[in-house]
Design a protein around this ligand. Structure first.
Ligand SMILES: OC[C@H]1O[C@](O)(CO)[C@@H](O)[C@@H]1O
Length: 543
């Protein structure tokens, strides 16, 4: 059967899983302010709305936790296909929902699906990509998320504002806002079918001792199908060495995640995902409409949509340059920038805002708006801060929160560890989805200060604990993390992969790749000797 072999194409296509994530994020924001939605779902008050919003990340939390079982047992590919099927079921439930509980059940099922996809897409991408473009291709997941958010928002916006009894006609609201929940099934069907034509991850194949297939996939991806290409052999050898080492060390169970030598990385992966939520991005994604309303912006839904465009456009620099800039500066400068925008926005609201009361409220404000700003330049400044915040997140934390956790763990526990770090994303996503409306209502601008402080904490944490990972292969990460250097000190030993490749080219190292079965170093039957380079490719990864 034909199998795709272009890394960009494969990783871009797999990123449709990210688009599903995006659809879910904005599956409510275009509808929230409409009469039709309020009418069908009994005009949800802040707590109910928080609950409806949070039902999806709650499902995703569960999905991300089980994702590694599926990905390790049935492969990354099949796990993604399972996620597509669940997405379709959840979307049907949402589209047909007649009340809040049914809507929530649909959102939980969709969330479950997205939880699996969000953990497994980056694992699959990082295991397919060569190290030089790994940051870029895993960033495609985030780019797809931002596209998903944008597309879904606009489809919703159009559907919710259709003629013939739309939000402008409170007596006769249409159910057109359901259309996007139906349309969102299409990409899942495409992804499901497309995945049949995609290769298994070579690292997963190797972990199942399907060595010949692993070699062939590596050859297709990196050597134009030639299994004897030095580049291919070097990667193959590196994977084999690392896996052998992991097996010797029994690095495969959940227990391995809490061993002291691994715990540091697990904590870092989980914290990065936690900070990606506690930075406050989803206040903008989920509730920007309320911010716009409070700032007295005419047509808040349309103005809010600008942030979704900014989110898509500003993820592009990361896709282009992340492998050049590195992950560490993105994390550090990103949190500093976001802290600044939130602080300014909070201060403007503190000094120029009035509480939302009968007197201050205008017909444009819903009773859920927490603060009212009656000063045009200040309103514009607040909205600008929101846009700058989104732009900063999009170029930095958005993509890096996926690339970093997907690249720092050894093969045998990668899916488990990424599932755990992704679950941290969903846990905090859920908490915030639920907590933000009541928080905005009860402490208004102070909430901005709290989130600014979270960004300050992330800044310090990353500066102290997150080493640079660009330019190293997945198999070299053990050394990056166990070099004993502080995170801010550059670990500038060149990648060993190139060294190994050169040695293979010169004929100093021979890699035995027997047809069928696992290659054995120096296997006499193969008549090929495997000489190691001075420092073994997997080094002493974990000690
Ligand atoms: O682009 C914004 C989106 O990105 C995420 O942080 C995932 O990386 C989502 O939680 C958020 O809604």
């Amino acid at each position: 059967m034909y199998q795709a072999s272009n890394v960009y194409f494969i990783c871009g296509f797999a990123a449709i899983g990210g688009a599903l994530f995006g659809f879910d994020i904005s599956s409510l924001s275009g509808t929230l302010g409409t009469q039709a939605y309020k009418r069908y779902f009994s005009n949800p008050v802040s707590y109910t709305q928080g609950g409806i919003t949070a039902s999806m990340p709650a499902g995703s939390l569960l999905g991300s936790l089980v994702s590694s079982f599926l990905a390790d047992k049935y492969s990354r590919k099949v796990a993604l296909q399972i996620s597509c099927v669940l997405w379709i079921i959840g979307s049907i439930l949402m589209t047909a929902s007649q009340n809040v509980p049914m809507l929530c059940i649909g959102r939980v099922v969709c969330g479950f699906s997205v939880g699996i996809a969000s953990a497994i897409v980056p694992v699959y991408q990082s295991e397919i990509a060569p190290k030089e473009i790994r940051g870029r291709v895993v960033s495609l997941q985030q780019w797809a998320i931002t596209w998903g958010i944008l597309i879904q928002y606009f489809i919703q916006f159009g559907a919710a504002h259709g003629t013939g009894g739309g939000p402008s006609d409170p007596d006769q609201p249409t159910a057109a806002f359901r259309i996007p929940w139906g349309i969102q099934m299409v990409p899942a069907v495409i992804l499901f079918v497309g995945l049949f034509f995609f290769p298994y991850s070579p690292r997963w194949l190797a972990s199942k001792d399907r060595w010949e297939e692993a070699l062939q996939v590596l050859a297709n991806l990196h050597g134009k199908g030639n299994t004897r290409h030095p580049k291919v052999l070097a990667q193959y050898q590196e994977i084999e060495d690392a896996l052998k080492f992991e097996r010797e060390q029994a690095v495969s169970s959940f227990k391995a995640l809490i061993e002291p030598r691994m715990l540091k990385r697990v904590a870092l992966g989980m914290s990065i995902q936690m900070w990606s939520q506690l930075c406050g991005m989803n206040i903008m994604m989920y509730y920007i409409v309320y911010i716009m309303e409070g700032a007295q912006i005419a047509s808040p839904l349309a103005t809010a949509s600008i942030q979704y465009v900014i989110n898509v456009v500003m993820t592009l620099p990361a896709i282009l340059f992340l492998d050049k800039w590195g992950r560490r500066p993105s994390l550090i400068y990103g949190s500093f920038g976001m802290m600044t925008w939130l602080f300014i926005s909070g201060a403007l609201q503190q000094y120029y805002g009035q509480p939302n009361t009968e007197e201050t409220r205008t017909p444009d404000n819903s009773d859920i708006t927490w603060i009212v700003i009656n000063n045009r330049p200040v309103s514009s400044a607040i909205v600008s801060c929101s846009y700058l915040f989104v732009a900063t997140f999009a170029t930095t934390w958005g993509p890096v929160s996926w690339t970093y956790p997907a690249e720092i763990f050894p093969s045998k526990i990668r899916a488990k560890a990424v599932s755990l770090s992704t679950s941290a994303n969903w846990f905090w996503n859920m908490v915030l989805a639920f907590a933000v409306p009541p928080l905005l209502w009860n402490i208004s601008y102070k909430m901005y200060y709290i989130f600014a402080a979270f960004n300050g904490a992330a800044f310090i944490h990353m500066a102290l604990m997150a080493p640079e990972t660009k330019g190293f292969t997945l198999e070299e990460m053990d050394e990056v993390f166990n070099s004993g250097r502080p995170a801010w000190k550059k670990f500038d030993r060149g990648s060993r992969l190139e060294e190994l490749e050169r040695e293979i080219e010169r004929g100093n190292v021979k890699v035995s790749v027997p047809p069928g079965g696992r290659p054995v170093a120096g296997d006499p039957e193969q008549g090929v000797e495997l000489k190691k380079v001075a420092t073994p490719p997997a080094g002493n990864p974990i000690s």
